[in-house]
Design a protein around this ligand. Structure first.
Ligand SMILES: [Zn+2]
Length: 115
């Protein structure tokens, strides 16, 4: 027994059906494309892009330093990060998932991977 993803009524017929009819399918798909869902998707895309850029720049082991400008050229968006980590001595790392950066000098960043 399966239920329609839209109206939650029991679906009759093939077991791979997700909706009871086209109307339910359309309502469901329209809701997936509402403005707030699109916003969330866009932010996720930006965060994943930022993560990928950091990942590609970071050597397998350890840290590296890089200019803010280089990151910008590669398409890094400094407004988006997943979390902030502040060390005991007051350094503030910004992370995009497991990859992060710290401002070590004017326009210079150190990239790190969360261990
Ligand atoms: Zn339905």
């Amino acid at each position: 027994m399966k239920n329609c993803l839209e109206c939650e009524k029991t679906i009759n017929g093939r077991s791979d059906k997700k909706f009871c009819n086209d109307s339910c399918r359309n309502s469901f798909n329209n809701r997936q494309n509402t403005a707030s869902n699109i916003y969330v998707r866009n932010v996720n895309t930006l965060l994943r892009k930022n993560r990928k850029i950091l990942q590609n720049l970071l050597p397998k082991s350890g840290k590296t330093s890089i200019s803010e400008k280089t990151l910008k050229v590669l398409g890094f968006n400094f407004e988006y990060f997943t979390h902030v980590y502040e060390t005991k001595n007051g350094n503030t790392y910004k992370f995009c998932y497991e990859f992060g950066y710290l401002n070590i000098d004017k326009g210079v960043l150190m990239l790190v991977k969360k261990s």
